[in-house]
Write a protein that binds this ligand. Structure first.
Ligand code: PGA
Length: 248
């Protein structure tokens, strides 16, 4: 399975900034990394980024989508629009969307279905808060988030999935989860998927880690069993740091 590195630029970057950063990244990164690299960008920059990356192996992702096909939903973006703008992936239920914009496991489920309908690969984000972890509820929360977001999702669809484990307490704080914590949670996620579906299906899902990934912890995190990639926020905006994360 090819490891996946996703750069989540969040709400950063005009079209000009984005193209400048992508061009610099493209020319500074050594030819082959053996990794699949995806840029999750603000909606307004996606199409220009897609054109700029056309002759490369780099891909793009939306940071969200709405579940309806079209209609009177002011401000929302349909999966087909992302597809047309060149995206192959879409982030779903990032913790910032859950925390700041009221997303729930139920809306995550609707978004997962909408993404699959457009043949966009969902990067489903799950993660516990610090209170939940301190109360010993992390696994329970993760299991609930997974089960609800995957409700009535067919086994054949699951193999295209990416699940991102993003402990809320590790995002943007500089405190990444330890390799032990990540190993424990990722194997729990794999086992939970095997229980909901079956082991061969669970083995095809890429489980990636996000939360304060930096050049100095990326390599050790990628060596952890059941970690097939990273979701990188802050450090992905600094070209030299992101290159270090992507280099072997
Ligand atoms: P961070 O963000 O790397 O800045 O912690 C990760 C994320 O929100 O996906």
């Amino acid at each position: 399975m090819t490891n996946l590195i996703v750069a989540n630029w969040k709400m950063h970057g005009t079209i000009g900034d984005t193209l400048k950063r992508l061009t610099e990244f493209r020319f500074k990164l050594a030819e082959t990394t053996g990794l699949e690299i995806v840029f999750a960008l603000p909606f307004t920059t996606l199409y220009s980024a897609h054109i700029a990356l056309q002759e490369t192996d780099f891909k793009t992702a939306g940071q969200d989508l709405y579940w309806e096909l079209e209609g009177a939903y002011t401000g929302e973006i349909a999966g087909s629009f992302l597809k047309e703008a060149g995206c192959q992936y879409v982030l779903i239920a990032h913790s910032e969307r859950r925390r700041l914009f009221g997303e729930t496991d139920e809306t995550a489920n609707k978004k997962v279905r909408a993404a699959l309908m457009q043949e966009l690969i969902p990067i489903l984000c799950i993660g516990e808060t610090v209170e939940e972890r301190n109360a010993g509820q992390a696994m329970e929360v993760l299991e609930r988030q997974l089960k609800r977001a995957l409700q009535e999702i067919a086994m054949t669809d699951l193999k295209h999935f990416v699940i991102a484990y993003e402990p809320v307490w590790a995002i943007g704080t500089g405190n990444n989860a330890t390799v032990e914590q990540v190993g424990e949670v990722h194997s729990f996620i794999r086992n939970t998927l095997a229980k909901i579906y079956d082991a061969p299906t669970a083995d095809q899902v890429r489980i990636i880690y996000g939360g304060s990934v930096k050049p100095d912890n990326a390599k050790e995190l990628l060596r952890v069993k059941n970690v097939e990639g990273l979701l990188v926020g802050g450090a992905s905006l600094v070209v030299d740091q992101f290159i270090k994360i992507c280099q072997r």
